[in-house]
Design a protein around this ligand. Structure first.
Ligand code: NAD
Length: 496
């Protein structure tokens, strides 16, 4: 077992990056723990209200000059950042694995997806172009220009430490805003590396700030009168109880993307050999800690022979997934992020069993490649006989579990998708075009997969999840992010 070299060495203290300076937080210091071996790899300050206020002040002061910097010049900073990210691609990926636990290939995929957003933002002079109409009345022209708004806060979750802040940050700064990024305090090292590269790319001080911490920093952003808008990606309770109400109360723009419990529908005419590898990634990739991870499998039809043979293949494949240290390139699934998350997943498995589900594959005891404590490890778990009203279907588990149910018709499968409180990334596997079209048309889901389990939109498409009744008007990534980070100013010009 050859392990790739760990990039984080010597337990560094992760500092805030405010106004172009690296500043130690005066708040409490907490450990950043690698879930593979439970070792502390870094320390990070939980910043105070004064520290978030200092970052807002710096961003506010940097804004007028940055806003006046022509879009083509701003784009050149973003181009430089893109080049530096590319040069540091492998180190960034390994940092993610070391602080989060995901496999190196998953981290590399995340790095690629994050950089793609930076690349899209390089096109900002074109992307933020407005509209113009000549002679809306005699001698009068009307035109629309997109202008930045000021300071934005960008709040990230633990599961994609690199990519998710980059769903917003490059668009925000390229359009002329200034930003404060607040990574999850569980995984602050990756965004600290990004900030180092932001500094190297020569962004003016105060344009791109990073403040580490938890609720105090988030609340300080949400309540701050000089922050114009927030992008948030995280759990539905935080989104619904904290982000939306407080942004509403202070009149901020907000994109808030919440949790998920996605459903994959299997039609008996699917191409089984092509489908099963996709299912493994969907359910067990990133140890199930993805907002696009599948949680339930709905097998359509009454053909017991198809069901038995399909589930046999799924189970064999899942059983053979290699669990271990993500820096070992032969490993296919790392640990979950921390013991509390593992406990929550175990409690869901117990609840499923209590509700009548049966275990086809029990991941609660798993073989780990290498000598690591079991603390954060779980193997793939498959539960059959789950039903649509069970918490294991209706609530977000966020772990490597698959709950399987059988239905007679596609209509019933779509009904199950649509009654879920989450509508992030449901998918169908079929070789029948009519069924695929019916699913795409009728399913309520921001991202829809057809013979694809992880429906992760490219950077030039919006990340279109819908969370229950919270149907965000705009989303992160691409043109929608550009719309979010700009105001449409309509001008009417009478030529005198
Ligand atoms: P989380 O809601 O616990 O935390 C997200 C961020 O909010 C963190 O920066 C955290 O410090 C902060 N925060 C948490 N509780 C807070 C509170 N009470 N007040 C103020 N700030 C608070 O989410 P998480 O566990 O870090 O991330 C996992 C969740 O994110 C899952 O539910 C997953 O589905 C979701 N997610 C959604 C998407 C999407 O695009 N829809 C993408 C990735 C992850």
């Amino acid at each position: 077992m050859a392990l790739l070299e760990e990039p984080i060495k010597g337990t560094p203290l992760i500092k805030n990056f405010i106004d172009g300076e690296w500043v130690e937080s005066k708040g409490d210091v907490v450990d950043v723990v690698n879930p593979v071996n439970c070792e502390t790899i870094a320390k990070v300050g939980i910043s105070t209200k004064d520290e978030i206020d200092a970052a807002v002040k710096a961003a506010q002061e940097a804004y007028p000059d940055w806003r006046r910097t022509p879009a083509v010049s701003r784009a050149r900073y973003v181009f430089r950042l893109q080049r530096l990210l590319e040069e540091n691609f492998e180190e960034i990926s390994r940092i993610q694995t070391q602080e989060h636990g995901k496999c190196i290939d998953e981290s590399r995929g995340e790095t690629r997806r994050g950089i793609e957003n930076v690349e899209v933002a390089c096109g900002i002079p074109t992307l933020m172009m407005g509209d113009a109409s000549e002679d809306i009345a005699s001698g009068i022209d009307e035109y629309l220009i997109r202008v930045p708004l000021g300071v934005f806060g960008i709040i990230g979750p633990f599961n994609f430490p690199f990519m998710i802040p980059l769903w917003s940050a490059p668009y925000a700064v390229a359009t002329g805003n200034t930003i404060i990024v607040k990574p999850s305090s569980e995984v602050p090292c990756t965004q600290a590396k990004v900030a180092e590269l932001v500094e190297e790319a020569g962004f003016p001080p105060g344009v791109w700030n990073v403040v580490n911490g938890g609720r105090t920093v988030v609340n300080g952003m949400l309540d701050h009168p000089n922050i114009e808008g927030i992008t948030f990606v995280g759990s539905t309770p935080t989104m619904a109880d904290v982000i939306y109400p407080r942004c509403g109360a202070t009149g901020k723009r907000v994109i808030a993307q919440g949790g998920a419990a996605n459903i994959l529908v299997i039609m008996p005419d699917c191409n089984v050999d092509a489908t099963i590898p996709g299912l493994m990634t969907s359910f067990f990739g990133n140890a199930g800690q993805r907002c696009l991870a599948a949680q339930s499998l709905v097998v359509v039809g009454e053909d017991d022979r198809f069901y038995d043979s399909f589930m046999e293949k799924v189970t064999t494949r899942a059983r053979n997934i290699v669990v271990g240290n993500g820096l070992d390139e032969s490993v296919q699934m790392g640990p979950v992020r921390d013991p509390q998350k593992k406990e929550k997943i175990l409690a869901y498995i117990e609840s499923g069993l209590k509700d009548g589900a049966t275990l086809r594959l029990d991941g609660r005891k798993t073989t780990i490649r290498g000598d690591y404590p079991e603390t954060c490890f779980l193997g793939p778990t498959i539960m059959e006989n789950v039903s649509r009203e069970m918490p294991v279907v209706r609530e977000e588990i966020f772990g490597p579990t698959m709950g399987v149910m059988r239905v007679k018709t596609l209509e019933e499968a779509i009904e199950i998708c649509n009654e879920s409180p989450f509508h992030n990334g449901h998918a169908i596997f079929t070789s029948n075009g009519k069924a695929a079209r019916q699913f795409q048309y009728d399913v309520i889901s921001g991202n829809v997969g057809i013979n694809i389990g992880i429906v992760a939109p490219m950077a030039f498409y919006p990340f279109s999840g819908m969370a229950g009744s919270f149907l965000g008007v705009l989303h992160t990534q691409g043109k929608e992010a550009v719309r979010f980070f700009t105001e449409s100013k309509v001008c009417i010009h009478r030529w005198l």
